[in-house]
Write a protein that binds this ligand. Structure first.
Ligand code: ADP
Ligand code: TYD
Length: 195
């Protein structure tokens, strides 16, 4: 059984929808579940959201996302210590995929740089689900959102999409076809978490 589970994918790939449904399903079976997300709603998390909105310097954005995560991990550890299942909508791979895309012309190996900054200070999830979807399809899903944030641009999301595929190799990761029906994706994740 997995206790700390993260959900990753480009904007509109279905992370929030699926992870919330899984959390309800686990709760209705009697499990004690915390559904959480990044950027968080802490002061640092809110500052990160402001940085994204105002298109701040990518270094500032990278460092604040990492700071938000290091703080978030203290809470996650407390929940895990109490025996809860923690489901997190976006986590470390979001930084590796998005900020590596932002920093590609500014740092020699952005991915390595970002990983070296944080990996010894954050928790490793038991499972990370990556929702794989073509950026055009995910953008079509979210085009109705009133205030489209600057990140939600096709060219950028295509880079992010490629970075996600690069960083999500290894036993911890499960790639899911994000265009499958919602109930099937929920069932696949749910069964995997309890296995
Ligand atoms: P994210 O959290 O990855 O940005 P959301 O969960 O907000 O994505 O989903 C974006 C939109 O796509 C929502 O309108 C949601 O209902 C829809 N959606 C999510 N998953 C699926 C799916 N598997 N099939 C069809 N529509 C989906
Ligand atoms: P979020 O609200 O989860 O967006 P969505 O629901 O559209 O998937 O995240 C806001 C934006 O922040 C999103 O475009 C992804 C970006 N982000 C990063 O660039 N780096 C990170 O480390 C995280 C956690 C999010």
């Amino acid at each position: 059984m997995k206790h700390f589970v993260t959900f990753e994918g480009i904007d509109g790939s279905g992370k929030s929808t699926i992870s919330k449904l899984i959390s309800e399903k686990l709760r209705s079976t009697g499990y004690d579940v915390v559904w959480t997300f990044e950027p968080t709603d802490s002061a640092v998390g809110k500052y990160v959201q402001e940085c994204i909105r105002s298109q701040s310097d990518p270094f500032v954005i990278s460092l604040t996302f990492i700071a938000d995560r290091i703080q978030h991990c203290k809470k996650i550890q407390q929940w895990l210590d109490k025996g809860k299942i923690v489901l997190c909508d976006r986590y470390a791979e979001s930084t590796y995929a998005y900020q590596a895309a932002q920093l590609e012309d500014q740092v020699k190996n952005p991915l390595k740089w970002l990983q070296s900054l944080s990996h010894s200070r954050i928790l490793v999830p038991d499972r990370t689900f990556l929702f794989v979807i073509d950026p055009k399809a995910s953008l079509a899903r979210i085009q109705h959102r009133i205030e489209l944030i600057p990140f939600e641009r096709l060219v950028f999301l295509e880079k992010v999409h490629r970075n996600y595929l690069t960083v999500s190799k290894g036993k911890r990761f499960v790639h899911l076809d994000g265009t499958k029906p919602i109930d099937e994706l929920v069932r696949l994740c749910y069964e995997d978490i309890l296995r």
